[in-house]
Design a protein around this ligand. Structure first.
Ligand code: NDP
Length: 444
């Protein structure tokens, strides 16, 4: 059996009931096959792949808190510190009822390569809880966040592990967590990113993932002789990534006609009204039915359906495995020519293969949504030098990073004979830097 297949079998055997983690490892190892096989003896002797797929540290902890009725609730807390070869662990905290260890491990594993691709000195990690902030009062969210950090504070710090936001963890949650960390440690340091502007946050961090996605898409289209202006775009999700992806796509002259949340989706042939979407989701924290109620041109549909709309470009920005083979077939049949992932692993493996086989330009999330973590690393730099950069300064660095990421993965794909396969290019470019650092640092 080849080294890649051996390691994948080991991952499945040692990590039972973690399908998302298996999927992420399989996708990465498959595209690294040529690189590994070219250097198999050395990698095998150093157990490089075994070390790469095994987190350096996994923290599982109890998070007790008291609800508004005086009842004690208990959630599970997670932090997986996956790989610190190129810098302190860096990755978000997901608060969603679906969170379990396998999901955090898949996200942490992906984060290693994404962070490497940014060119910045950040290792890979991820965390979160099965706590659901939806429908909770601010006081309940604060009680949860304080309890969560009361355990996690022992393992994080500006030079060791710097968590950030993700699904369910926005500015409110980061604020409560930062306050509790500062109180316990007595330290004012950049231990979390995604902070508010009044206490160490970076301008453009809120917009970064969505804007970065569009900067990369713009470059990918340009290098393939196409232009984003005048194109119709389908976007899923209605959260942080989706909102700012919609805004930047519109600034670049495209028309975004869809958005979605966990209960339904909107088709708005006149183009999504971003100000209204922000009002419904960021201010009122309401359902998309409220968007439809306030806008004549919008149709609301229950359930899933964004990918059935005719579009040129599709940007999945909600959650994992939300674009499957059936969706991919509809997109191709409808003439879509580019798909770039705003969310983490939103496209199933079968759908990815189908899109690639049908000549669709396909960019994986670890490259196309790396603008968020890249700007988080810029927030860390600003905190370290105790300075704040202007919006334009951060935005222009973000754009430079995204353009650079695209060229790195494009060149890696070409170098290994897989021109146009940006999935392989991203995995290879991300892997090589981490592998070199791990090898240089010995068996740790
Ligand atoms: P948000 O919580 O702000 O928004 C998530 C959106 O997706 C919401 O509209 C939510 O619906 C919808 N959604 C969540 N889970 C499901 C589900 N199971 N089925 C259908 N819809 C769902 O999260 P973000 O926008 O921050 O994150 C979106 C994706 O992007 C995630 O995969 C995240 O890991 C990834 N990402 C985020 C980064 C960031 O900087 N924020 C950086 C890089 C990646 P509802 O409104 O009903 O909750």
């Amino acid at each position: 059996m080849s080294y890649v297949d051996e390691v994948y079998s080991m991952v499945v055997e040692k990590n039972p009931a973690q399908p998302e983690f298996h999927q992420a490892v399989k996708e990465v190892l498959e595209s690294l096959r040529v690189v590994i096989e070219a250097n198999e003896e050395a990698y095998r002797k150093d157990a490089l792949l075994e070390r790469l797929v095994t987190p350096e540290r996994q923290l599982l902890f109890r998070v007790p808190w008291v609800d508004d009725k005086g009842q004690v609730q208990v959630n599970n807390g997670f932090r997986v510190q996956f790989n610190s070869a190129i810098g302190p662990y860096k990755g978000g905290l997901r608060l969603h009822p679906s969170v379990n260890l396998g999901i955090i491990k898949f996200l942490g594993f992906e984060q290693i390569f994404k962070n490497s691709l940014t060119g910045l000195p950040i290792g890979g990690g991820k965390g979160g809880s099965d706590f659901d902030p939806k429908g909770k009062s601010d006081r309940e969210v604060m009680a949860f966040c304080q309890s969560f950090i009361t355990e996690l504070y022992k393992y994080i710090g500006a030079d060791t592990d710097v968590p950030a936001g993700d699904i369910g963890t926005g500015a409110r949650e980061i604020g409560y967590m930062f306050g509790q960390y500062k109180r316990i440690r007595g330290l004012y340091e950049g231990v979390l990113t995604g902070k508010g502007l009044s206490y160490g946050g970076s301008l453009a961090r809120t917009e970064a993932t969505g804007y970065g996605l569009l900067y990369l898409v713009e470059e990918m289209l340009k290098c393939n002789g196409k232009d984003i202006a005048g194109k119709t775009v389908a976007i899923s999700g209605a959260g942080n990534v989706a909102i700012y992806a919609t805004q930047k796509a519109q600034q670049l002259g495209a028309k975004v006609v869809t958005c979605s949340d966990s209960t339904g989706w909107i088709y708005d042939p006149e183009g999504i009204d971003v100000a209204l979407l922000k009002e419904v989701k960021e201010v009122k924290r309401a359902r998309l039915t409220e968007y439809a109620a306030a806008r004549k041109s919008a149709e609301y549909h229950e359930g899933k359906g964004v990918w059935s709309v005719k579009c040129d470009i599709a940007l999945p920005c909600a959650t994992q495995n939300e674009l499957n083979l059936e969706d991919a077939k509809i997109l191709v049949a409808n003439g879509c020519f580019a798909v770039a992932e705003g969310a983490n692993m939103p496209t199933t493996m079968e759908a990815t293969e189908y899109l690639q086989k049908n000549g669709i330009l396909f960019c994986p999330g670890k490259a196309s949504n790396a603008g968020g973590v890249a700007t988080s690393a810029l927030e860390m730099s600003q905190n370290s030098e105790r300075l704040s950069w202007t919006f334009e300064e951060v935005d222009s660095k973000l754009k430079g990073i995204m353009v650079n990421i695209f060229h790195n993965l494009d060149e890696a794909a070409k170098k290994y004979g897989m021109e146009g396969n940006y999935v392989a290019g991203a995995n290879i470019a991300g892997f090589l830097k981490v592998a070199e650092a791990m090898t240089a640092q010995g068996i740790v």
